[in-house]
Ligand binder design. Structure first.
Ligand code: PAF
Length: 302
């Protein structure tokens, strides 16, 4: 990446105030210019960049938000340690010619008297919601607020957070948000490890061991294409792959601990009775103290 001067960094428009962002969005929309929106928590990587490229392709004016949303972190989670790389993020958004960066303070989003939350319990208590019971309530609430502040025509989310995408599509439909959700494919390291801001927490050995997640998902896809249709056999195959095929012997620091392995219907997050059509294989594992998620879509009609 080119070295960017503080002056150039300052020339990117950063809005901190909700009222100002709303005023700008209103003005843009009055001129019939379409707004594309990429909500982020910063610590940007190539996955985010790919979402910005998609937003650019589908809209004329691109807004990226940077806000580490406290309500989606549980009390024992990594809110205070979550990587914050604001200046570096601005360099990258400047290079991508993003039109506006919306970076509100916590108080701007959740003033003291704040009291409204959005929850979709049937969807948010499954998969990641089992170990992160308040996570999706926080995600729905912040995304709904950001949609009301930015008024985008389209919003782009990464497919790595598959459950998040499914829940947000439901929220948009249920609450009639005039926003089209577009998704971007998972961007991976050469090893196959899905890119994530939380990969910054991993040591090199942990990264190598965690690359078994995607390799196992691909091996599972092969097994399905060869005819395996038994859910329990498939889950056992994945479990075995994750726990026994790592590059480095499992130590307290390097071992993978499985949070969940699920094969689910993409519309309702339920495990289907019989495997047919498109399903999602979703995995969450702990690698040391870092929780990693990944998924692939498989087609059982092949
Ligand atoms: O996917 C994320 O980074 C966050 O969950 C989001 C959508 C920006 C909401 O805080």
């Amino acid at each position: 990446m080119k070295k960017i001067t503080t002056r150039a960094r300052r020339s990117i428009k950063v809005i901190n105030k909700t009222s100002e962002m709303q005023k700008i969005s209103k003005k843009i929309r009055r001129r019939n210019i379409s707004i594309g929106f990429v909500p982020t928590m910063g610590a940007l990587h190539k996955g985010h960049i790919s979402l910005i490229d998609i937003a650019r392709k589908h809209s004329q004016f691109v807004v990226v938000s940077i806000f580490v949303n406290p309500t989606q972190f549980g009390p024992k989670e990594d809110f205070s340690n979550y990587p914050r790389t604001f200046n570096k993020d601005l360099d990258c958004l400047f290079e991508k010619k993003v039109d506006i960066v919306f970076a509100p303070t916590i108080n701007e989003i959740y003033p003291e008297e704040y009291g409204t939350y959005i929850d979709i319990p049937d969807f948010s208590n499954k998969l990641c919601g089992k170990s992160r019971p308040t996570h999706f309530k926080g995600v729905c609430t912040i995304v709904a607020k950001l949609f009301n502040i930015v008024s985008p025509d389209i919003a782009v989310f990464g497919e790595k957070d598959a459950q998040q995408v499914i829940i947000l599509k439901k929220m948009v439909k249920d609450l009639n948000f005039p926003v089209k959700i577009i998704t971007g494919k998972i961007i991976r390291e050469p090893s196959g490890l899905a890119m994530s801001s939380r990969n910054k927490y991993l040591t090199d050995k942990q990264k190598q061991n965690a690359s078994i997640i995607y390799k196992t998902l691909k091996e599972t896809e092969k097994k399905i294409n060869n005819g395996e249709r038994n859910i329990q056999n498939l889950k056992k195959f994945i479990r075995n792959g994750l726990l026994t095929k790592m590059d480095h012997p499992a130590t307290a620091e390097n071992e993978l601990k499985i949070d969940y392995i699920e094969i689910i219907n993409k519309d309702n997050l339920q495990q289907p009775k019989t495997l047919k059509g498109e399903c999602l294989i979703a995995i969450a594992v702990w690698c040391g103290k870092t929780r990693l998620i990944d998924n692939i879509t498989v087609n059982f009609n092949h």
